[in-house]
Ligand binder design. Structure first.
Ligand SMILES: C[S@@+](CC[C@H](N)C(=O)[O-])C[C@H]1O[C@@H](n2cnc3c(N)ncnc32)[C@H](O)[C@@H]1O
Length: 290
């Protein structure tokens, strides 16, 4: 896909607290879900039929072949951007239902994501793999594992890989807000660019629940999403974590680590209002059209 540049732009705060508070009748997740699930990704509309029959005719000419490839790349880029935007603007449950309805969305998303990240100077997942691949006998939860590369890179640890769809047999389908793991059962939880959705504060709460006392939560996020560092860190503090590191030297992403205190205290659950308010401390990240 050549049509998507590496830059990430800020859009209006689609899920800002202000917006939510001022809206008298906010659209229920179902509204957004239906728009997500019903998009004609990979399905042919009448218009598409017209488009493809025209391009088939042109494809006989070599230069038209290039044109067709460019059109296909542009359409693919458009689909990726659409799905990406949806993932940032619906709840985890709504996104899970959409991917279940149309698994091709997931494939399109990950092809586009792979191409985006290939244009970055470095991939935060490689940094995390560098830290964990030689560790032994740890239990790790990869929250939003994508293609499951962390599990494949840590042969001496038990890695539970979770995502919205089972891309590989070892991946467990789960919404990060409700993981099928016991309380205090993992040494390390990882979230690499996966605090997506309007309710991502629930993922932080869930990481705290599954971590053993003294456990580590390793987080990488897109730098441009974080408007105010303290507001962002406060989400983790509210969920019980202590911030240990915050590294924003990279142009594209920040890397942070949080510890669940040894006391392992049970922290009061977030209210629905808090979930939305805390989750609004990060902007959705939208890739620019070329
Ligand atoms: C940007 S990708 C990163 C994937 C992987 N961590 C990596 O670094 O290659 C984010 C992943 O988080 C997953 N994700 C987002 N929200 C989720 C949710 N509520 N539950 C489970 N997975 C989720 C997406 O499906 C996607 O695979």
């Amino acid at each position: 896909m050549t049509s998507v540049p590496p830059t990430i732009t800020k859009t209006k705060r689609l899920h800002s607290t202000k917006l939510r508070k001022s809206s008298s009748s906010p659209s229920p997740p179902g509204d957004k879900l239906s728009s997500f699930a019903s998009i004609a990704v990979g399905r042919k509309s009448d218009k598409d039929e017209t488009r493809s029959s025209k391009s088939t005719k042109k494809a006989r000419h070599p230069s038209s072949n290039d044109f067709q490839k460019r059109v296909e790349a542009r359409l693919k880029g458009g689909k990726f951007r659409f799905i990406n935007e949806q993932l940032y603007t619906v709840t985890g449950d709504a996104a899970k239902k959409s991917f279940k309805k149309d698994p091709s969305l997931f494939k399109t998303y990950h092809e586009g994501y792979r191409e985006q990240v290939a244009q970055w100077p470095s991939n935060p997942l490689d940094i995390i793999i560098g830290e964990l691949s030689t560790r032994k006998n740890l239990i790790i939860a990869d929250m939003g594992c994508g293609e499951g590369r962390l599990a494949e890179s840590c042969p001496d640890c038990t890695v539970h890989s979770f995502d919205l769809l089972r891309h590989k047999p070892f991946i467990t389908v789960a919404n990060l807000a409700k993981l099928p793991l016991e309380d205090q059962s993992v040494h390390i939880a990882v979230s690499c660019l996966s605090l997506m959705g309007v309710d991502w504060a629930l993922f932080v709460q869930e990481a705290y629940r599954i971590l053993k006392p003294g456990g580590l939560f390793r987080v990488a996020e897109v730098k441009s999403r974080i408007e105010d560092r303290q507001d962002f860190l406060d989400v983790f503090t509210r969920c019980g974590f202590v911030n240990k590191t915050y590294d924003d030297r990279n142009k594209m992403f920040v890397m942070c680590s949080f510890i669940k205190p040894k006391s392992g205290a049970v922290i009061p659950k977030l209210s629905d209002g808090e979930v939305l308010e805390l989750s609004a401390t990060m902007q959705p990240c939208i890739y620019k059209k070329r």
